[in-house]
Design a protein around this ligand. Structure first.
Ligand code: ADP
Ligand code: MG
Length: 694
């Protein structure tokens, strides 16, 4: 940290500031108010509205301590008249009074108030008035003794986010000093700013820290004010610069050129019982092109549930393996990793390619064997996040594939990247995210999209049933199985407790077993051992289980074409993305499939909105868009996804235009004026940028 930028404050103050993420003077300058108090005006005791922050100035009539087990300091104020003459000399009758009530106080405060009373000075108080026992009162207002005629502040009083031990006043002073000592270099071209209705940085900050009394308070509060837009733009620009720069930096690093004759991939294709779709062919070509470059691929493969991403990944693995390098294939759940393992083995082992698997739940000896094979060059290693544990070393990692990447955090993805010298990376996701979010969170990736579905799929029909009609649903299960089809029954999600969730699954399993004695019922849940889970799933795939009762462990990726009915219990507890994923487990064959959402009335408003969306839409992209609208981007992407809290001020849903603008300008700045880009980044991110460069 350059000394010139250090905050000048005692160590204990610095410790508090650090808790707020404020390490440098620039951080203080960009620490912006949550809201404002209006101390530019004085209301009269009689006319001030109740329950709203107001400022009163009045003379002190009485200072007393109410006795009893809970001592209280009571201060009675009476409206001062215009010339400030001593109100005690006047007839008090009819003058409204205000009682200030302090439940905790210091003797020094009491004495100061008494002195002020004796000398006829006034008290300026800020707080909310309510109707109390003694008439109008304020509890613990902010107060200050003022001289008669003392000027009112010219600007609104900022209220900053703070932490215990750091008062607003202290923080305000620190920020004011930092602002005075900081030279705010303008990064943007003034004309460009003007043409986009963005004020200069210095005036935007001045306004936000100290808005003039006549400011458009509503726009300020809603963060729509041009000054706010300028700050949000600065922040978004930093984010875009940072992501873009990380992308370019990785691109400058070397990676193995993965090129071969393509024979292995051709033989896998020849063994498939289906032809690839046009979109699959297109993304395969994009990926193949990337892998043959001497710098690492950084590609996200997006495509709705069931569009066929796995085979695309498998063909990429073929190219890597043929070039003599290893592929690591990571999935977020045991069940999915197991399923990928089986599928990849079926495709590749007949061609003489060894496939090994790694999972935290494997027996130690099996785990050690896989670790040994990874270190000695097994061509394809499939697993859960056990793949990124430190104990695992790859001999020659060429390609890292991350399935359902949105389920992994940034940190985990970075860890896998570090495993190889610099492997190519293919991330896959079925959670289509709206464009602004994609620009923001995937700005450091190239994106391929599978936008068609394999032919012959019939859309899943969704039906909503109140829990009271459960018997009808059970009857439908019986019918579907009688037709030779299979059924998933997903048990309620219980976020508070894994134990309760397990218990609910066990209960449902027992109940359905009793209601449907003629069916073969299976159960999978998160607590099963890996081979138990695998055995149950294998039996379901083989058609030896008719009805599979499951917790959300089957949420992602599981693929059984003969399953044509999905029942989701307590559907109102699930998120939209989860419901979409779950529903995507059926409708994979030519048979018409149905998804039954059982819900427990009464529904909350959001639950009702969610169920309506999932009922009306099957397109994952549209569902994601509506989900974003319902939840807002922070929750939509989740902290796991974003990893670094880069955006404090901008709102990805409402500030779309600014995101686009920032993206364009970031690319231009990095190309035309890297030092300027660097300055901007340093100001905004400081130390926080490190993670992104990893
Ligand atoms: P997702 O994209 O959700 O991961 P999968 O890769 O699991 O989807 O594919 C879903 C199912 O579709 C699998 O059974 C897969 O073998 C099959 N599939 C993939 N591509 C095609 C295709 N072009 N034609 C027919 N079936 C396909
Ligand atoms: Mg998948």
């Amino acid at each position: 940290m350059p000394l010139a930028d250090a905050i000048d404050a005692p160590p204990f103050v610095k410790a508090s500031l650090r808790k707020l993420g404020l390490e440098r003077r620039d951080d203080l300058v960009f620490h912006l108010p949550l809201r404002y108090d209006d101390e530019t005006r004085i209301s009269s005791i009689a006319d001030a509205p109740l329950g709203e922050p107001v400022q009163i100035e009045a003379t002190i009539v009485e200072v007393s301590v109410a006795p009893g087990p809970r001592r209280q300091l009571l201060v009675t104020l009476r409206e001062a008249d215009g010339d400030g003459s001593n109100a005690e000399n006047e007839d008090p009758a009819g003058q409204p009074t205000l009682v200030l009530r302090f439940l905790t106080f210091y003797g020094s405060q009491q004495r100061a108030l008494e002195t002020a009373r004796a000398s006829g000075r006034r008290l300026r108080v800020f707080g909310e008035i309510r109707d109390g026992f003694f008439g109008r009162e304020m509890v613990h207002p902010r107060f200050r003794v003022v001289a008669v005629g003392e000027a009112l502040p010219p600007s609104l009083t900022p209220v900053y986010p703070t932490t215990a031990g750091l008062s607003q006043l202290a923080l305000r002073r620190l920020i004011a000093r930092a602002r005075r000592d900081t030279d705010l270099g303008e990064v943007l071209d003034p004309q460009w700013c003007a043409s986009h209705a963005l004020p200069p940085l210095a005036s935007a900050l001045a306004l936000l820290h100290a808005p003039p009394a006549d400011v458009d308070a509503a726009a300020l509060q809603a963060r729509r004010h041009p000054a706010w837009r300028r700050i949000k733009f600065e922040e978004l620009l930093a984010q875009q610069l940072s992501l873009r720069r990380a992308y370019l930096a990785r691109r400058r690093q070397g990676a193995p050129v993965l090129a071969g004759t393509g024979e292995l991939a051709a033989r896998v294709r020849a063994s498939l019982p289906f032809a690839l779709t046009a979109a699959q062919e297109r993304v395969i070509a994009e990926i193949a092109g990337d892998l043959a470059q001497p710098y690492p691929m950084q590609r996200l493969l997006q495509g709705d549930v069931g569009c066929g991403k796995t085979i695309v990944a498998a063909l990429a693995a073929c190219q890597c393996i043929e070039a003599g390098y290893q592929t690591a294939f990571m999935a977020p759940t045991e069940i999915l990793a197991e399923q990928h393992y089986l599928k990849l083995r079926a495709w590749l082992e007949p061609l003489g390619v060894e496939v090994v698997r790694l999972s935290g739940r494997l027996r130690k000896s099996a785990r050690l064997a896989t670790q040994a094979r990874a270190a000695t060059g097994a061509p394809l290693i499939v697993g859960t996040h056990a793949l990124i544990q430190d104990s695992l070393d790859f001999a020659r990692l060429g390609l890292a594939i991350v399935d359902e990447q949105h389920r992994f955090g940034v940190v985990q993805r970075l860890a896998l990247r570090r495993k190889g010298v610099n492997p190519h990376q293919l991330m896959m996701s079925a959670t289509p995210i709206p464009r602004t979010l994609a620009m923001s969170y995937h700005a450091d990736l190239d994106v391929s999209v599978i936008d068609d579905m394999p032919p012959g799929r019939t859309p899943v029909r969704t039906r909503l049933f109140a829990d009271a009609r459960r018997a009808e649903v059970v009857a439908a299960v019986r019918d579907v199985v009688a037709q030779g089809r299979q059924v998933y029954w997903v048990c309620p999600l219980i976020e508070e407790s894994a134990a309760l969730e397990l218990q609910a699954a066990l209960d449902t399993y027992a109940a359905l077993g009793a209601e449907l004695p003629e069916l073969r019922v299976g159960l999978v849940h998160g607590r099963l051992k890996i081979d138990e889970k695998a055995a149950t799933m294998a039996a379901f795939v083989a058609g030896e289980i008719d009805l599979l009762v499951a917790t959300t462990v089957i949420e992602v990726g599981v693929d059984v074409a003969n399953a044509s009915l999905m029942v989701i219990e307590h559907a109102e507890r699930f998120g939209l993305a989860q419901l979409h994923q779950l529903r995507g487990r059926v409708g994979r064959g030519a048979e018409a499939a149905v998804c039954v959402l059982l819900y427990q009335p009464p529904l909350s408003q959001t639950a009702r909105a969610r169920l309506k969306i999932i009922y009306e839409h099957t397109d994952g992209f549209e569902i994601a868009r509506q989900d974003l609208h319902l939840r807002g981007p922070g929750e939509f992407v989740g902290s796991r996804q974003s990893g670094v809290p880069l955006l404090r001020y901008a709102d990805l849903e409402t500030d779309t235009d600014l995101v686009e603008l920032a993206r364009t300008l970031a690319a231009e700045l990095l190309r035309d004026d890297p030092p300027r880009a660097e300055r901007h980044l340093r100001r905004w991110l400081g130390h926080r940028d490190e993670l992104l460069k990893a």
